[in-house]
Design a protein around this ligand. Structure first.
Ligand SMILES: *Cc1c(COP(=O)(O)O)cnc(C)c1O
Length: 397
């Protein structure tokens, strides 16, 4: 047993389920049920409003930010948890374009998650200052960075294919041309080693319900490089980002450092759950986790390709060039994934034809990989996917 497989017992994975979708929604940490119960029964119930001080609710966003900071190479006091990732993207882009007022381009790529593009586009439209959201191919991003670019907004790991951007090189290029670099770590945090400090990243955002296992609807996070934060004017200037929220001044003054990226009242119960979920990463060496994730994904590709010729690898073949997921294209990918789910093997599907499998060394084993690879090949070889029930699209794919 590897070091990581001993951590599998920390998760309440249902019997008989092979879970390869922790890149969409991490599984339930066993301690989460009790932690949610105590947050409700021992804190909210008896403490009532005094819980904000007594139970430390008010400090949860920054305390959790520091715990996540350790996993992404961010110094203490530079990461804040709260709101949803989409909101954090809005904050990041708003701050970035204000830092470069003479520039009118926000550059992103067509491998980005649509919500990031929608949020940026919506913001730029509201600004009405002639900004343009320029969307290019992922491979072409670097070539499009120039003196007109205010901000580069990229998701490090492509949600469909797992393709990994070179954070260090692109950030350096953005800085050479004076642009602000924003990285979305939705599929990176908890999945691979990230070193925001070494890469000199300006702003990073991410979510906590994927590889960080914070549960459905768990809040997002934002990091701003410490030497930059004092220049940042929060566009979402909520009262908890104010320098003195309880002074109830009528004018807004941004809070100290990263505190200004807070907006409103934090979801305490969800944050309590996230807090205990992050225990699974205590003592984890992210480089070792990455090595194990590569072993699992290489095994999956090898076993699928050895038997099943009808699918095509959609992820980069070089493991260093992909995150912690593997995607295969298959014309009837939606139906094939439904057939897999009917066999209790859970991955997911992304239009138009991508079957996506996430590998999380904290709880996935090489038996999970073999089981999923064999089932996928069997479902395709026998045409088991070709049933009306598997073709009917559900709301969430
Ligand atoms: C998962 C994901 C989101 C989702 O944003 P929410 O506001 O949490 O729904 C946004 N961007 C990226 C890159 C993602 O992977």
């Amino acid at each position: 047993m590897t070091t990581f497989e001993t951590r599998r017992g920390m998760f309440a994975l249902p019997d008989g389920i092979t879970y390869l979708d922790g890149n969409s929604l991490g599984p339930l940490p066993k301690t989460a049920v009790e932690r949610a119960r105590t947050a409700i029964a021992d804190e909210w119930g008896p403490m009532l409003i005094t819980g904000w001080n007594k139970a430390g609710w008010m400090d949860l966003p920054s305390r959790l930010g520091d715990r996540i900071g350790r996993l992404i190479g961010a110094p203490a006091g530079s990461t804040m948890v709260g709101d949803t990732l989409s909101i954090k993207v809005y904050q990041a882009v708003a701050s970035a374009v204000e830092l470069r007022p003479e520039r009118k381009i926000v550059l992103s790529d067509n491998g980005n998650f649509p919500s990031d593009l929608y949020m940026a586009d919506g913001l730029l439209r509201s600004l009405k200052q002639g900004h343009e959201l320029k969307i290019v191919d992922p491979e072409a991003v670097s070539d499009h960075i120039n003196e007109d670019v205010a901000a580069v907004l990229l998701t490090q790991v492509d949600y469909r294919t797992g393709r990994l951007h070179d954070m260090k090189a692109i950030t350096a290029k953005a800085h050479t041309h004076g642009a602000i670099m924003i990285w979305d770590l939705a599929h990176s945090a908890g999945a691979l080693p990230v070193d925001l400090t070494a890469c000199n990243v300006d702003i990073a955002v991410g979510c906590t319900y994927k590889y960080l296992n914070g549960g459905p609807g768990a809040p997002g996070f934002i990091h701003v490089r410490p030497d930059l934060i004092d220049q940042v004017r929060p566009a979402l200037s909520g009262w908890l980002g104010h320098e003195a929220p309880f002074a109830f001044d009528l004018d807004y003054r941004p809070g100290q450092g990263i505190n200004r990226m807070r907006v409103g009242t934090p979801p305490v119960i969800q944050m309590a759950v996230l807090d205990t979920a992050l225990d699974a990463f205590d003592g984890v060496d992210m480089n070792a986790l990455r090595a194990r994730s590569i072993e699992l994904s290489e095994q999956f590709i090898g076993e699928v390709e050895a038997t099943c010729k009808q699918v095509e690898l959609a992820s980069p073949r070089d493991p260093q060039a992909r995150g912690s997921q593997v995607s295969f294209r298959f014309v009837e990918g939606y139906a094939a994934m439904q057939a897999l789910i009917a066999r209790s093997i859970i991955g997911d599907f992304r239009a138009p034809d991508i079957m996506r499998f996430g590998f999380c060394p904290l709880y996935n084993t090489s038996q999970d990989v073999s089981h999923a690879a064999a089932a996928l090949c069997d479902i395709i070889a026998t045409g088991e996917w070709d049933q009306p029930a598997f073709r009917t699209r559900k709301a969430v794919t």
